[in-house]
Ligand binder design. Structure first.
Ligand code: PMP
Length: 395
């Protein structure tokens, strides 16, 4: 599907004095619904041109199902494991010591693998409740309800959840959160609670790295760390060996491992990111996180200016925190903007009609229609088109 497609609805643009009306029949629809990380393309283009990053794999390699026959995760490429650990150590966002690394086809596969692994050994007569504080990542209910598992079921907002005298449940903690970018902790804190920490956005371009995370199950993904969503590589850091083994089993039954080509490509990419973080890096190699952070900072500034120009929308403000990676106080620049329109209006519809921009309605995240989620990770031209249109909205 093309990301910018043709138009159906006429749109009228006005200048800042509200005098001229320019019909924008030719203007394309901008799709900021998905968090497709195309923002990163320019960095990787530059790096690939200079460093010839390629993972051309000769026809005789990568034939085997196995990558690491003796390891717990038998399909995990040792080079990828090494680069994952190196990057976490460089950034300081997760403790990898004593953790088992499980690779998945995106962290999406690992979410289901983790739920299976946590529930399988409990032998509960009823499916285990899975909750997450609203607004929650819209794929959690979708993926959990889709599989109709007998082991677990989606039970919605964690804040209203009653843990019923220590009965087991799973809370997914997304921090920083998708869609609203807030830093989060578990909210239920019941006796029977098992936690899955989805840390897809716990990287220094999006938020301050305040301390190395060391939770039972932590999920990361190349999609949001480096922008390589197309490689479909995610990884879990898992403390408990039994849980890690069950996650591996799930992936074995589901897809008999994870593409080796994709793993080697991401290993290569992570190696470059780590190199770009070194003090003695090659001069022409820009620090990946600083570069990405600057890009996001510019976009957030433009978005805030555009929002201030309208009296229809608001977006959240975030506190500055000390980032151990940047060694400074930094402002968060989340991958999504959680925008709210005036009381009683349908934000997604408004943005679609007035800005010709597709966003995701708050309803999909367990919230209201007054909210919508806007991806901040699109290509530059799409983002620019969107903020120009947003600033020109008059109602
Ligand atoms: N968790 C969160 C919070 C996400 O936002 C996403 C991607 N939108 C994922 C998991 C899944 O990422 P992927 O499957 O591409 O690794």
């Amino acid at each position: 599907m093309s990301r910018i497609c043709g138009t159906e609805q006429p749109l009228v643009f006005r200048d800042s004095k509200n005098t001229a009306s320019i019909p924008l029949l030719q203007d394309p629809i901008v799709n900021l619904d998905h968090g497709d990380p195309m923002m990163y393309e320019s960095y990787w283009k530059e790096v690939s041109d200079k460093y010839g990053v390629s993972t051309a794999i000769p026809g005789f390699q990568c034939l085997s199902y196995f990558a690491n026959a003796k390891g717990l995760c038998w399909f995990l490429e040792p080079k990828l494991e090494e680069e994952i650990k190196r990057l976490h150590n460089n950034v300081g966002n997760a403790l990898v010591r004593d953790c088992h690394v499980v690779v998945g086809t995106g962290s999406s596969q690992l979410i289901l693998a983790a739920l299976y692994a946590l529930c399988d050994s409990l032998n509960e007569p009823h499916p285990i409740d899975v909750v997450s504080a609203f607004p929650y990542y819209s794929s959690y209910p979708e993926m959990i309800e889709f599989v109709k598992s007998g082991l677990f079921k989606w039970s919605g907002d964690a804040r209203g959840f009653d843990d019923k005298d220590g009965r087991p449940y799973i809370e997914i903690v997304t921090s920083p959160n998708n869609p609203d970018g807030l830093v989060r902790e578990a909210v239920v804190n019941g006796q029977g609670g098992m936690l899955v920490h989805d840390l897809a956005y716990y990287w220094p371009q999006y938020t301050a790295v305040t301390s190395p995370a060391h939770h039972d199950i932590m999920l990361f993904t190349a999609s949001k760390c480096t922008g390589h969503a197309g490689s479909r590589i995610g990884w879990a850091l898992v403390k408990d060996e039994k849980v890690a083994r069950k996650m591996v089993k799930f992936i074995e039954i589901n897809t008999i491992g994870v593409s080796k080509e994709a793993q080697l490509r991401v290993a290569n990419i992570l190696e470059i990111v780590s190199l770009s973080c070194q003090r003695h890096k090659p001069r022409e190699l820009e620090n990946f996180f600083e570069h990405s952070r600057n890009l996001l900072a510019k976009r957030w500034r433009k978005l805030r200016e555009a929002v201030e120009n309208t009296d229809i929308f608001t977006i959240p403000k975030f506190p500055r925190r000390y980032c151990t990676y940047a060694r400074d106080f930094t402002e968060p620049y989340p991958a999504f903007a959680w925008i709210k329109s005036k009381e009683g209006t349908d934000c997604e519809k408004l943005l679609r009609g007035q800005c010709k921009t597709m966003t995701r309605s708050g309803e999909r995240f367990g919230s209201d229609i007054e909210y919508a989620r806007i991806s901040m990770l699109s290509k530059d031209e799409e983002f620019e088109m969107f903020v120009r249109r947003l600033a020109a909205i008059k109602m």
